[in-house]
Design a protein around this ligand. Structure first.
Ligand code: ADP
Length: 547
């Protein structure tokens, strides 16, 4: 027997329509490349997105076509998300921090038909134009009077002029909810970039899941500033979650330094933010150096790489801001787990609560997970034994775009497919997952594993350390031993001996790094994560003193 409820497809256009109808005067505020602060409402955003959808239709963009963006977080980028996705085409967000050759490779692999870009990326666009013969036009996201000329681009279109030619009568089509809406390539921290192709259905379900109180806990009372870029897994879904709940949105544009972000936090009453640990290092430094406080910020989601416990404590103790440690992946839209306390944890001493909050957290409905050994057998949830982390759910990929890499799933005895995350983790009896390492980064010493994340977190807790990374280096006896690579805080004094002493009593003796190397900077990838591949390359001729 079928249920007798209305058969309305889950489409992203319905999210923005909802915001326009029911939170019509809620603001979207953006710091623009033009230099000013732009503000308008969800109602205006939806109207412009419809006109843009019509304009793109007139340009010959059809359902399923890919339209790329190279853009910061801003209202025009938001409009493109909805215009392109809502009309049935696919918005392909490209990370502008990648090398132009890689950008061209991704755009060609995706088969992009048009590319919209913030004017600060004009040099990239000019560098790749020749290499991307399928891109029919380049859409400059800037006021027409500010648009520079370019003799390298055959079809340069102004965003505002384009929108003006679109009809306000455009109506969102009723699409199949399983049709594609957005395409995002993994940042390639490990191996070649591969495309995750999200559907309307998966995106809407993810937006619902993300909004839940024990997930991001977003509401119409929030003013949300996503520092995480819209080119990094859809800013963790915030451009969908915020209009779904009717939250105010604040977009920081190109200015991601601590001072600029702090200014927006204060001027726009931001209650909620999200970003990778490296951006918060800069923000905390700025706030502490200048003796500032956050007057409205209540919580921030930190994920993308392990959030050092010292950072959670600092947000909490120094500023009264809750950190929600989250884990996810491009292949998971991206949310998988978030760390929030449960009812039974409320009576625990603070130090024990802290330990729970430092973990990567509990799944939200929409994701199931398990840890397995190398033979694929499930491992106990004891919080100690680690194994390969696998996930499944309606917003987890089942294959990569264009079938890249073949079938990525592993199948259980009942034939259900699980996506192997490439992460190594423990899960405790309450279902809280903790990442030990990426399987590629874990240090294998004498047949046992050492977690590079644990060693990094400890180093970062030292007051003289600005950033730290640990890699495994070949060792004749132990296969691999940990090497600690450290960037000191400006002006700080620190020796190898002092730092190793700091580890004593905090880790098993055999986890002790074999050496410490001080460097000026640690290479970061396009999404602000430590690039271990590059570090390993940098230290390929290095020999441990113990070798
Ligand atoms: P890429 O794999 O190209 O870096 P993603 O942004 O999809 O792109 O990265 C996902 C990976 O980032 C995860 O598999 C995991 O290794 C790491 N990661 C994400 N969040 C966390 C976290 N909170 N703690 C530790 N690692 C994390």
């Amino acid at each position: 027997m079928q249920g007798l409820m209305m058969d309305m497809p889950l489409l992203i256009s319905t999210i923005l329509q909802h915001a326009a109808r029911h939170h019509g005067d809620t603001e979207i505020v953006s710091r623009r490349l033009e230099g000013d602060i732009h503000r308008y409402t969800y109602a205006q955003c939806e109207a412009r997105a419809r006109r843009m959808a019509d304009a793109l239709t007139r340009l010959g963009v059809h359902a399923g076509d890919r339209v790329a963006t190279l853009a910061w977080n801003g209202y025009r980028h938001m409009e493109i998300y909805y215009a392109v996705g809502g009309m049935g085409a696919v918005v392909h967000t490209i990370n502008p921090r990648l090398h132009p050759d890689q950008i061209a490779w991704i755009a060609n692999h995706a088969g992009d038909s048009y590319l919209a870009f913030d004017i600060s990326f004009l040099p990239i666009v000019e560098a790749i134009a020749d290499k991307c013969p399928n891109i029919r036009g380049w859409i400059a996201m800037i006021d027409p009077d500010r648009q520079p000329a370019s003799d390298k681009l055959a079809n340069l279109i102004n965003y505002e002029t384009l929108i003006e030619g679109g009809s306000a009568d455009f109506r969102w089509p009723e699409l199949d909810e399983r049709s594609a809406v957005a395409l995002c390539y993994t940042s390639g921290t490990t191996g070649n970039p591969k495309g995750a192709l999200y559907a309307h259905r998966s995106t809407v379900l993810h937006a619902y899941g993300a909004a839940l109180p024990d997930a991001m806990g977003a509401s119409a009372r929030d003013s949300i500033l996503p520092v995480v870029p819209m080119f990094h897994v859809n800013a963790w879904g915030i451009p969908y979650t915020a209009p779904l709940v009717g939250a105010k949105l604040v977009f920081p544009g190109a200015q991601l330094d601590g001072k600029s972000i702090y200014e927006l936090f204060e001027s726009e009453g931001v209650t909620y933010s999200a970003g990778v640990p490296t951006v918060w290092l800069g923000l905390l430094q700025h706030v502490k150096q200048n003796g500032l406080k956050f007057s409205t910020l209540k919580r921030t989601v930190i994920g993308g790489s392990a959030c050092p416990p010292a950072m959670i404590r600092s947000f909490n103790d120094d500023f009264g801001v809750d950190v929600i440690h989250a884990w996810g992946m491009t292949e998971l839209s991206p949310l998988g787990t978030l760390s929030r306390l449960q009812n039974k944890h409320m009576s625990l001493p603070e130090a024990e609560q802290q330990k729970i909050l430092e973990k990567q957290g509990h799944v939200i409905f929409g994701v199931d997970m398990k840890i397995v050994d190398d033979a694929g057998s499930e491992i106990a949830w004891d919080g100690k034994t680690y194994g390969n982390l696998l996930v499944r759910g309606p917003w987890v990929i089942r294959e990569y775009f264009r079938g890249e890499g073949g079938d990525p799933l592993e199948y259980d005895s009942e034939g259900r497919g699980w996506f192997p995350t490439g992460d190594v983790a423990t899960i405790d009896a309450d279902g809280y997952m903790q990442i030990t390492d990426r399987s590629k980064d874990v240090i294998k010493s004498g047949g046992e594993w050492i977690s590079s994340i644990d060693l990094e977190n400890l180093a970062i807790a030292h007051p003289a350390v600005a950033n730290a990374a640990v890699i495994g280096v070949v060792h004749p006896k132990w296969d691999e031993r940990p090497l600690l690579i450290v960037v000191k805080r400006p002006g700080a004094e620190l020796t190898k001996e002092e730092l190793l002493k700091f580890y004593e009593g905090k880790i098993a003796k055999w986890w002790m790094p074999d050496d410490v190397q001080f460097v000026d900077a640690i290479p970061l990838g396009a999404t602000g994560k430590i690039l271990k591949t590059k570090l390993r390359e940098q230290f390929k001729d290095y020999t441990l003193p113990t070798a």
